[in-house]
Design a protein around this ligand. Structure first.
Ligand code: ADP
Length: 235
């Protein structure tokens, strides 16, 4: 069987004296899947994302992404891991406003040591693929929210990451722009990109994912894969 993109085993994380933010969570995401992580505020979604992104460590359990044990990485190793294995898309885009669109997209490749010419070619290709090439020389502040999120997706894909992680990618967009981003994620997944999206947006979850994982009180309350129909009697 192929290496899972994400493998969490028995992961727990508790902050200070509070209840566990994550409590013995095990989750496997395979290449090509698109998974929505749903759950009320405070249920542990951000904690889960931070652990997968190597921004935090579990108290117990292991986090493995595309064969890399993320929970054991130091600061430098974790930065290198993020650059090579994951692309991240955030609610508020997190673009650098004093760099052009093209330079924002190129940045991750430059940080990874890709030659300028090659990085520029890849950026141009992505901007075209995502339908924003005409804005390559503009600054992000001039673009609409939906366009900015496309730029953020292009930047996230720059280093061809095995995993695209999106944290409320439609949260700051109006309905039309949200549908646009949702359509884009659907298309990328159809082309083979593994996607994990944390969202409150049920329309987004329905449109661009085939699997929904519901978290409640730090535990996986439900993991639904419509393709693997559970017999009624055992539900
Ligand atoms: P969600 O993303 O689903 O809103 P979080 O992962 O942010 O949930 O939070 C899960 C629980 O952990 C909540 O009870 C929250 O208050 C707590 N928590 C999250 N981050 C911290 C932190 N840095 N310090 C203390 N408690 C935290």
């Amino acid at each position: 069987m192929t290496t899972p993109v994400i493998e969490l085993r028995g992961v727990s994380r508790r902050y200070d004296d509070g209840p566990p933010a994550l409590d013995d969570v095990s989750l496997t995401v395979r290449p090509g899947e698109a998974v929505a992580i749903l759950g009320p505020s405070g249920s542990g979604k951000s904690t889960l994302l931070n652990l997968v992104a190597g921004l935090d460590r579990p108290d117990t359990g292991t986090v493995t992404v595309d064969g890399v044990r993320v929970d054991g990485l130091g600061e430098a190793g974790s930065a290198l891991y993020r650059r090579s294995k994951i692309g991240m898309v955030f609610q508020f885009f997190n673009l650098l406003d004093d760099l052009t669109v093209a330079d924002n997209v190129i940045l991750p490749a430059r940080l990874s040591g890709t030659a300028r010419g090659e990085a520029a070619r890849r950026a141009a290709e992505l901007l075209e693929l995502l339908g924003i090439d005409r804005h390559a020389r503009a600054y992000p502040g001039r673009l609409s929210g939906g366009e900015r999120q496309r730029v953020a997706v292009a930047r996230a894909l720059m280093n061809r990451p095995p995993l695209l992680l999106a944290d409320e990618p439609t949260g700051a967009l109006d309905a039309a722009a949200g549908q646009d981003v949702s359509g884009l994620l659907t298309r990328l997944n159809a082309e083979g990109q593994t996607i994990v999206v944390v969202t409150h947006d049920l329309a987004l979850a329905r449109a661009c994912t085939r699997r929904t994982v519901r978290i409640a009180d730090g535990r996986i309350a439900e993991d639904v894969r419509p393709h693997v129909a559970a017999p009624e009697a055992t539900r």
